[in-house]
Design a binder for this molecule. Structure first.
Ligand SMILES: [Ca+2]
Ligand SMILES: [Ca+2]
Length: 302
């Protein structure tokens, strides 16, 4: 059993919920299964929610014979080592903080797969290897807040044939991805097991930096001036990366509490069925996903 609470439509940091405690609504849900969320990004902060490889230990030997030595918490494809952690405040850490802001519960584990170096650059081959690794470990959801303007058929096929739901950032170039020659992958692959996420501001309008598209981008989510706590300090984040991470958190919660085990396309369909419509948001579903509404809809259906 978990109790989920929400103070508003907007994600919030732990400092803020003290202020608006009176408005918090709490709902109880049965937890029916576990979920592994792969985060393909940069290094992350060591946190309780990090996945552990039960078949591996630190001894210089590849105990589970998966080709990766001592991969106890995931893998760093960029350095080809088991070192996935950092103490710095970097993109990867911010992503998992956003995912955890929706819900931290033992049933949801985050599998860090590092493909970005400290300048936030990486390559497609590492992303493909990271997806394959996540599949092998049984991850159900994959957060991809990284992207590329370069088409790669190997990446497309790898995502297409995966069982995971990919929650991907729409990109921060203010581009209409429906237009010819405007591409941002994996968004522009237009695949059934990919949900692409644009950013909205507090007025529920599309952020000026956010990519969008009636035919190409699925949905929007909060992505501007997000307040999150890191080591007791509040940090303000903006970008479609964080909108995607927020949806990843919601998707994981739906996956663990739903009555039946949802396939990636069913999970996507469910997420899109609970949107808040707004004519100001130029995306396929014509609206944004709100944790509050998604949770309430889930309760009403039971
Ligand atoms: Ca291994
Ligand atoms: Ca080992």
């Amino acid at each position: 059993m978990i109790i989920l609470s929400y103070p508003s439509e907007w994600p919030y940091c732990s400092d803020e919920d003290k202020v608006i405690k009176s408005q918090i609504t709490k709902l109880k849900y049965e937890v029916n299964r576990d979920c592994i969320v792969a985060v393909i990004d940069g290094c992350v902060k060591q946190e309780k929610s990090i996945w552990k490889n039960k078949k591996e230990r630190i001894d210089g030997i590849d105990n589970d014979k998966n080709g990766y030595i001592d991969d106890v918490n995931g893998w760093n494809f960029n350095t080809n080592t088991n070192d996935v952690f950092t103490k710095q405040q970097v993109h990867g850490s911010q992503i998992i903080t956003c995912i955890n802001s929706v819900c931290t519960i033992n049933n949801i584990k985050i599998l860090p797969l590092v493909v970005l170096n400290n300048k936030n650059k990486g390559n497609i081959r590492d992303i493909i290897n990271a997806i394959t690794y996540a599949e092998t470990q049984g991850a159900q959801i994959c957060n991809l807040s990284v992207g590329t303007a370069v088409y790669d058929d190997r990446l497309q096929n790898c995502i297409k044939h995966s069982k995971m739901l990919f929650v991907v950032a729409a990109g921060n170039f203010g581009l209409n991805l429906d237009k010819k020659n405007n591409f941002w992958f994996p968004v522009s692959f237009n695949l059934e097991n990919v949900i692409s996420v644009a950013s909205i501001n507090k007025k529920n309008e599309l952020c000026s930096f956010s990519n969008y598209g009636k035919k190409t981008v699925d949905v929007a989510a909060p992505g501007e001036d997000l307040k999150y706590c890191f080591n007791g300090k509040t940090q303000i984040l903006s970008g479609t990366s964080f909108s995607a991470a927020y949806i990843t958190g919601i998707a994981a919660v739906i996956y663990i509490v739903s009555d039946t085990k949802l396939h990636s396309y069913e999970l996507k369909k469910y997420l899109l069925s609970t949107i808040v419509k707004s004519d100001k948001i130029n995306v396929k579903s014509g609206g944004f996903i709100s944790f509050k509404k998604t949770l309430k809809d889930l309760k009403d259906k039971k």
